[in-house]
Design a protein around this ligand. Structure first.
Ligand code: ZN
Length: 426
């Protein structure tokens, strides 16, 4: 994951253009995503796919010909989606086009102007203060022209056509935690799942933020009912604690699964209620879709000082934080994959476990009492209406223990998997 983040870091991404394509092609070298191109001007609900933006160079030059602000040093120096410009102007006029962060004088802010034609430069407050009252030349060699919006999509087919959606945005230029960490985690998750059997089908989306997910939804409206659970991946590489933002529904299975995993992780974490601000969960959870999609991050957007500044660089990413995030995603998916309903074949009185060797068989386990409790809980609540996660919640026991008990009881024919798919009657 660190290697992919390092490879992608220098690329000047945006919501359209060659930087976005180059990023998706780098992902494509690791997992078999399909690149979809949606022409500029395409209507997507209330939005229109904008003209494609590409940039080769941008700078502010002083009268001595020295580049005092230079896109070649960092792509954050130009306001993303700036229209082309070549002009001479006074410092006072130039300053109206400059953005800095007085509270963090060494950092360069990240600014965009996707839907208003404009141009500008970003620089550190210290750089700004060195500019003398002279004439400057501002040059942005960009193009804004009909082209297309690109996104990457991968479907890993499972035993059922029910889908788990994993979505990440990939439109930010040289920013590491937001959003390269998300791209790296989603890529690794897809690579991992691609090598294994799974009950669910998995749909991975690598999209430019907002316009990408809205465009995808507008082109896939007929298929979204297959999405049973979803997670938006972002900001998963910083050392902060994990945060889960619930879906709009608040009590969807994905919400329960993530909360359960975090609760039993023994690690510091926070659970946040849904809010209509953040990443693409805003679109998946818009009222016309109301999909069960939450967002599992470390420190959420806007809550760390380096957010949307040049200080969100590769040094903010910790391999152990990325690994912990990935392991948490996998733990959530293990719960969803195994969260089935069972029915006791012997519901009248407790079945006699001892004569089946079930007490003896658990003798060697590290925590026999909890194993026995887990079996009693599973036997009692498996009336066909409770899934294993609700049994884990009600018993206070970790899902894995409940699942192990269900597996053992099924082997002894004391349980059978409920075939009526209650999920679809929700
Ligand atoms: Zn962002």
């Amino acid at each position: 994951m660190m290697a992919l983040a390092q490879e992608l870091f220098p690329i000047c991404r945006s919501i359209t253009g060659e930087g976005l394509r180059a990023t998706l092609r780098a992902v494509q070298r690791r997992i078999p995503i399909t690149l979809q191109e949606v022409p500029s001007g395409t209507q997507a609900f209330d939005w229109t796919v904008p003209d494609e933006w590409n940039i080769t160079d941008a700078y502010v030059r002083d009268s001595a010909g020295r580049r005092v602000v230079d896109f070649k040093v960092s792509n954050l120096h130009v306001v993303n989606y700036s229209e082309p410009v070549r002009t001479r102007l006074s410092l006072a006029e130039l300053k109206k086009r400059l953005f800095s962060l007085p509270e963090h004088p060494d950092w360069v802010p990240y600014r965009t102007s996707y839907y208003d034609r404009s141009w500008g430069f970003c620089l550190s407050q210290r750089q700004l203060e060195t500019l003398q009252d002279r004439e400057y030349e501002a040059v942005i060699e960009s193009t804004l022209a009909p082209g297309s919006l690109t996104y990457g999509e991968l479907l890993l087919t499972g035993e059922t056509s029910d889908e788990i959606l994993i979505s990440c945005h990939c439109c930010h230029p040289s920013l590491a935690n937001d959003n390269l960490s998300g791209i790296a985690l989603a890529t690794e998750l897809a690579r991992f799942l691609g090598q294994r059997r799974h009950r669910y089908s998995y749909r991975f989306l690598f999209l430019p933020g907002t316009i990408g997910s809205i465009t995808w939804l507008s082109r896939n409206e007929q298929n979204v009912s297959r999405i049973r659970h979803g997670l938006v991946v972002a900001c998963v590489g910083d050392p902060g604690p994990l945060h889960y933002k619930k879906s709009r529904r608040g009590d969807a299975e994905i919400d329960r699964a993530v909360v359960h995993v975090l609760k039993h992780s023994g690690k510091e974490h926070r659970v946040l209620e849904f809010s209509p601000y953040g990443y693409d969960e805003r679109q998946y959870c818009s009222p016309g879709f109301d999909l069960p999609v939450g967002s599992l991050t470390r420190t959420p957007h806007g809550r760390y000082a380096q957010y949307h500044t040049s200080a969100d660089d590769l040094s903010l990413l910790r391999p152990e934080a990325l690994a912990d995030s990935l392991e948490t995603y996998l733990a959530v998916l293990r719960v969803l994959e195994a969260n089935l309903r069972y029915r006791s074949t012997n519901p009248k009185g407790e079945p006699q476990l001892g004569k089946r060797g079930l007490y003896r068989s658990i003798g060697g386990l590290p925590d026999p009492e909890r194993q026995a409790f887990a079996m009693l809980w599973v036997l009692n609540l498996s009336d066909g209406s409770n899934d294993l996660l609700s049994i884990a919640e009600r018993s206070g026991l970790p899902f894995e223990l409940i699942h192990d008990a269900a597996t053992r009881l099924t082997e002894h024919r004391l349980l059978r998997r409920e075939t009526s798919p209650l999920d679809s009657v929700r």
